[in-house]
Design a protein. Structure first.
Length: 463
């Protein structure tokens, strides 16, 4: 995929193959592609005929396209029937089309510049007495090249207004969550759920519950039939399943881990085995995969299994731990944001926070704690900071208290939520009372002053 030879006919074949197989894409490509961008004369003719088919309103399945070319006496100039069938039979990934169009555009620009440098400019200098006119022609050519292949993402407001209008009135007629239910009522009330294209950052110091939150929310979605994918670089699949079984059965995680399950709980475990093995929760635990591997896995499971929400635990483990880590994290976070937008999914990303916060008197996360982690703060649509005061103050009244503080929300309010951490079964839940949202309190310490109790203490067992 890295070959950008300016006569790369293979790239041209890939683009045409994808369009023939998925003709609905052609409308969005008309501004990006023109026939001179193809170096091959055959490919130029194929593109021109595809555009002609579009104008007729037909959808050119391969056999229909061949009939169209035959009726217009264009089949041979387009390479013949066997060539069209070969293009239609390829299995190039449609989701990579933007990459190949970029290569196609770059190759076209190189060809034009090469011709200018090797013949047009020398000939113009030799034959014209008006150098200013020659410079003007060169400038016009360069301006056209600069705008070639751009503009696909630009829309006129009127073109999308109807869709937006319909969406708004659909929500008015059916009020409720705009996105996917997170499994936490208080989080839903604040964020309106997981929205397509959004990146959520869940930031915390170690042992605050990041992994537990990700597993809990994905499990909630999967139990409702929503396909989800967990990508863990910290925990094996077997351990994740043991955590799920503990949370689902109420059997202590330590009993499952050490094989001390009581006789009466064995039947409960067996029942839960049968139940959860059917849910669409997928797990990837390749500890060595980089962002390219992760992107490939996400695309694969979105395409094959319709995954809607992906969780990554945790982002720092996707890059090498060296002096360039901050820059590399920035590239990874941007890649994930673009991937979420492209696939129309939500990606939840756990992130470690700067250890310097341990030097503060108040160790609750703030947004600037992400600033040593590349561009996470800028790329994220939603940022939550997690804090368990019990990790610093051994007070049994705090053992279940989990502060889930929304530090950023691109399209909504911020505020502090109170969740409950159960260390016995490694789970996070909403408290029984429904008044979880504290009205956007900026200082999480104020939550304590409310005198709220989050349930009976449990054994200390952390993430």
């Amino acid at each position: 995929m890295e070959n950008k030879d300016h006569f790369n006919h293979e790239t041209e074949r890939i683009v045409l193959s994808i369009i023939i197989r998925e003709f609905s894409r052609i409308n969005s490509l008309l501004e990006a592609i023109s026939y001179p961008m193809f170096a091959s004369a055959i490919h130029q003719e194929i593109w021109k005929n595809l555009v002609s088919v579009l104008e007729t309103g037909m959808e050119p399945r391969p056999e229909v396209f061949i009939q169209f070319l035959t009726s217009k006496d264009q089949l041979e100039v387009c390479g013949g029937e066997s060539y069209i069938l070969m293009l239609a039979g390829r299995n190039d990934k449609a989701e990579d089309i933007d990459f190949f169009i970029g290569n196609l555009t770059d190759a076209y620009k190189v060809r034009v510049l090469s011709i200018m440098a090797s013949s047009e400019i020398p000939a113009g200098i030799a034959t014209t007495g008006d150098i200013s006119a020659l410079v003007s022609r060169i400038r016009d050519t360069l301006e056209k090249l600069e705008t070639s292949g751009v503009g696909r993402t630009v829309v006129r407001i009127g073109d999308i207004l109807k869709d937006v209008y319909d969406d708004i009135w659909e929500r008015v007629a059916n009020p409720g969550l705009a996105g996917i239910d997170t499994g936490f009522e208080s989080v839903n009330a604040l964020t309106s759920g997981y929205m397509p294209g959004d990146i959520w950052i869940i930031g915390a110091r170690p042992s605050m519950g990041k992994s537990t939150f990700l597993i809990t929310t994905l499990l909630s979605l999967a139990k409702r039939g929503i396909p989800t994918l967990m990508i863990s670089r910290e925990m094996g699949a077997e351990v994740m399943v043991e955590r799920i079984l503990s949370a689902e059965t109420g059997i202590k995680f330590s009993d499952i881990r050490f094989g001390t399950v009581k006789e009466k709980d064995k039947f409960i475990l067996k029942e839960k085995f049968e139940e959860i093995k059917k849910i669409p929760l997928f797990m990837d635990t390749n500890f060595y995969g980089d962002i390219n591997y992760v992107s490939g896995i996400i695309r694969k499971f979105v395409r094959l299994n319709g995954v809607k929400v992906v969780a990554i635990d945790y982002i720092q483990l996707l890059v090498e731990r060296d002096k360039d880590q901050t820059a590399e994290l920035g590239k990874v976070s941007r890649a994930l944001k673009l991937l979420a937008e492209d696939l129309k999914i939500t990606i939840l990303v756990a992130s470690q926070l700067n250890r310097l916060l341990e030097m503060r008197e108040d160790k609750r996360p703030i947004l600037s704690d992400l600033r040593q982690s590349g561009n996470l703060e800028e790329d994220a649509d939603v940022v939550f900071g997690m804090f368990r005061e019990y990790m610093y103050v051994t007070d049994p009244t705090l053992i279940d208290r989990l502060e889930f503080n929304c530090l950023k929300q691109r399209n909504g309010r911020i505020g502090l939520l109170k969740l409950k951490f159960n260390g016995d079964i490694i789970s996070i839940t909403d408290p029984k009372n429904s008044s979880n949202y504290l009205g956007g309190l900026s200082n999480a310490k104020q939550a304590k002053k409310e005198g709220d109790q989050l349930g009976e203490p449990s054994e200390r067992l952390v993430e």
